[in-house]
Design a protein around this ligand. Structure first.
Ligand code: NAD
Length: 347
């Protein structure tokens, strides 16, 4: 009897199991779902698997890569777009990596706007008040988005949709991208100008070594007083301590965070009834002008279906053809000199 392909699935949530079991009904892979995250302590669960499937907070460092290779794993299938949690340079030549480059950019862009509207119209406060039959309006004064300047950092798939949404609100959009889109109608400015001119700043770029803590105490000082920061990208783009100081000094008017730099031990878990160890996160959450969602921006039915379908398609194509268009390769992404342009194996 033909052996089924084995997939070890880390950091599995109920909604993952539902969407992957549905998508797997044709392929019939042997998927083992593990609640635990992938780390140096847990990679041994993958011994004997052909593929591992991981998400944003699974840690794939050098020791984990060596362990996976020794365990016979041939493919790391990321069920997300970002891969900052994977040492792709070290993985090159040892183990292949595929990702889901796009599953629903609308989900993330719409969540960013939902956070912005919630914040500027104080919906989070009003919701709690009216639940308690408190119909007072004191302290709920917001501001119009129409006519405000929004600075968008990163104008890829999500950033562009967010730009379109903002234009629909009559906002003036400026943007910064390390690789600006050619022939677009986007008004690109320098980062300096974006910090200085924006009433609202929204982040839609990947996290790299170069832009870690791009929002820090120096850049916060350059921003307009009362600026609203939206981060649905990656937590470490913002230095959380500096953010907290900026809020305390009233320099930052509001922050909407779907991601947080130390999120991996906290987000996706229920800590109600527990003492939260992270003082910075606890203090941020206690602020009336901070809204935190726990890496939820991607979480729509459409996105979950696309993630499961694309991940299993990546696995199938890779195992059948030994290559995949969605391969994440150190040479293409970091050096920008992929000679094979995904038409052949990356190594
Ligand atoms: P994308 O690759 O389509 O676009 C990213 C853009 O950022 C590109 O235009 C690129 O040129 C630009 N960029 C790269 N480095 C930059 C830098 N240093 N400064 C400014 N711009 C830079 O990616 P996308 O699909 O639009 O996703 C954007 C980010 O959103 C992802 O990297 C990921 O971190 C995040 N994301 C979050 C969630 C969530 O649930 N919160 C879900 C999906 C993606």
């Amino acid at each position: 009897m033909e052996q089924k392909i084995k997939i070890s699935f880390f950091d599995a949530k109920e909604y993952d199991k539902d969407s992957f079991n549905l998508a797997n009904s044709n392929d019939g892979y042997d998927i083992k779902f593990y609640d635990t995250k992938l780390s140096e302590d847990t990679y041994k669960l993958a011994v004997g698997s052909d593929v591992i499937c991981i998400f944003v907070n699974d840690e794939v460092n050098q020791a984990v890569i060596d362990g996976l290779v020794e365990s016979g794993v041939k493919l790391i299938a990321l069920r997300c777009a970002g891969y900052n949690n994977v040492d792709i340079e070290y993985a090159f030549g040892k183990i292949h990596i595929v990702n889901v480059p796009a599953y629903s950019p609308y989900a993330v862009a719409e969540h960013a706007m939902a956070l912005l509207l919630t914040s500027v119209r104080r919906i989070h406060k009003a919701y709690i008040r009216t639940k308690d039959f408190n119909f007072s309006l004191n302290g709920l004064t917001g501001f119009d988005l129409h006519g405000k300047t929004v600075g968008v950092v990163g104008t890829g798939k999500i950033g562009r949709i967010f730009i379109d949404i903002c234009r629909g609100f009559g906002m003036h959009v400026i943007a910064y991208d390390k690789f600006p889109a050619k022939d677009s109608e986007i008004d690109y400015v320098s980062l300096e100008e974006l910090w200085q001119s924006s009433d609202i700043i929204s982040f839609h770029c990947p996290l790299t070594d170069e832009n870690r803590h791009m929002v820090n105490k120096d850049t916060i000082r350059k921003m307009k007083k009362g600026v609203v920061l939206l981060n649905t990208s990656r937590g470490a783009l913002i230095d959380s301590e500096a953010l907290l100081e900026g809020i305390k000094e009233r320099q930052i008017g509001a922050a909407c965070l779907d991601v947080y730099e130390e999120e991996s031990d906290v987000f996706f878990h229920d800590f109600s009834g527990h003492i939260v160890e992270d003082d910075t996160l606890a203090r941020l959450i206690s602020m009336p002008n901070v809204i935190v969602t726990s890496h939820q921006a991607f979480l729509t039915k459409e996105a979950l279906t696309n993630i499961a379908d694309t991940t299993l398609m990546n696995v199938k194509v890779f195992l059948e053809e030994g290559r995949c268009n969605n391969e994440v390769c150190y040479k293409c992404t970091k050096l920008g000199n992929c000679t094979q342009e995904h038409k052949a194996k990356c190594f």
